[in-house]
Design a protein around this ligand. Structure first.
Ligand code: PLP
Length: 377
């Protein structure tokens, strides 16, 4: 007979704790760097893995929400958001326009087929669109020489009542910078009426005072979630940003190794001497990176250590030697923090974990899998 317990009371210990107060704090930090701009809180990819509900709670003080798909936009409306919502890639199919009309969404227009679709769309209320220029990233947007023609086409449509201008930077976090793209954008849009939006998190934090960058709207994403857009040049703490996600679990087993014993698949870790390791409930099926095998930092009971052996689907092993020095006795049930903040307030920046895994914080946040509960904290 199955015990008469609700399944939800018996989860694996892993969870992603989402820090709503930290989200509010980070939004204020970003606002402080762009005091004259309105802020789109970018909540694409399920709010960078944090969950739309949590993001809505944390970023209510934003001026608008920018997302990618209609489900996210619809969820925001259901949660009661009546302000602006921007679809960052616009409509993927003509019928999406129907949803834009119903939900009152603003949408990006980045290629001709989207203008064709608009011209055939029947709507009571004309749309607010953001015309996108490809100023050098070569991902989305009209070529600079074709931008004005696209604007004129849109401007002639009864389905459109407001046309804003946007572009996106490829190197706001790096050496190449943004000046060349700012110049291109200005040259080909300067005399066109309408609001402007240029900056992601990196540009908002690093280039707020550069010529031509001040705009009506900024579009921060990663900074709102407490990671540094230009790690390792700056740490999140250098920007005054706080972690918004703590991926936490527990030790579910201990092993005592003798010299020469190995750990995990492929025996990629060999104990140099007698030592204790812990087995944590967390693997690549939860969103840990296999590339962090044998090196990703981790906190156990708030004490910094690292992974040993390969990360497997549901588990990983951690070196418990640093616990002795910190006066913590190894035990099943000890808290494990894969990134974020431990209960003793120690912080393991997600940027450091990402670096050890040869990736960026964005990928770690977005990679937390649906089986990991997201709990507002
Ligand atoms: C994702 C995205 C952003 C936010 O970028 P961050 O680097 O996370 O700040 C801004 N604008 C556009 C068009 C985006 O796609």
């Amino acid at each position: 007979m199955a015990p008469n317990l609700p399944l939800a009371d018996m989860p694996r210990p892993i969870q992603a704790r989402i820090h709503i107060e930290a989200m509010r704090h980070n939004l204020q930090r970003l606002k402080a760097h762009a005091p004259d701009s309105r802020v789109w809180a970018v909540v694409k990819a399920n709010a960078y893995g944090h969950g739309i509900e949590q993001a809505f709670e944390g970023f209510r003080a934003a001026d608008g929400f920018a997302c990618l798909n209609l489900e996210e936009a619809q969820r925001l409306r259901e949660l009661g958001w009546r302000g602006p919502i921007l679809l960052l890639e616009g409509c993927f199919e003509p019928r999406d326009l129907e949803w834009c009309s119903r939900l009152g969404l603003w949408h990006v227009v980045h290629h001709d087929a989207q203008i064709d679709a608009l011209s055939a769309h029947k709507t009571q209320v004309p749309h607010h669109v953001f015309l996108k220029m490809n100023s050098g990233m070569n991902r989305l947007g009209f070529a600079p020489e074709r931008y004005r023609a696209a604007w004129s086409r849109l401007n002639a449509l009864p389905q459109v009542d407001e046309i804003s201008h946007m572009t996106h930077f490829s190197d706001a976090d790096g050496e190449r910078g943004i000046a060349h793209q700012v110049a291109t954008f200005a040259k080909h849009s300067a005399d066109l009426p309408g609001e402007r939006s240029l900056s992601n998190s990196a540009a908002t934090l690093r280039h707020a005072n550069a010529a031509g960058v001040a705009a009506d709207w900024v579009r921060p994403g990663i900074g709102l979630y407490g990671a540094s857009p230009d790690h390792p040049i700056h740490q999140a703490s250098d920007w005054g940003l706080l972690p918004t996600m703590s991926l936490q679990s527990e030790l579910i087993a201990l092993q005592s190794l003798k010299a020469g014993d190995t750990v995990g698949y492929g025996s990629s870790f060999v104990a140099p001497h007698e030592m204790a390791i812990g087995i944590a409930a967390g693997g690549y099926a939860d969103g840990l990176m296999r590339s962090g095998s044998n090196r990703a930092p981790v906190l156990v009971a708030g004490v910094r250590t690292h992974m040993v052996g390969r990360v497997s689907m549901d588990m990983c092993a951690v070196d418990l030697r640093p616990l002795h020095a910190a006066g913590v006795n190894p035990a099943v049930g000890l808290e494990v923090t894969f990134w974020g903040q431990a209960d003793n307030a120690a912080v393991l920046p997600i940027d450091e974990v990402a670096q050890a895994c040869d990736t960026i914080a964005y990928e770690l946040m977005c990679g937390v899998t649906p089986r990991v509960p997201k709990v507002a904290a």
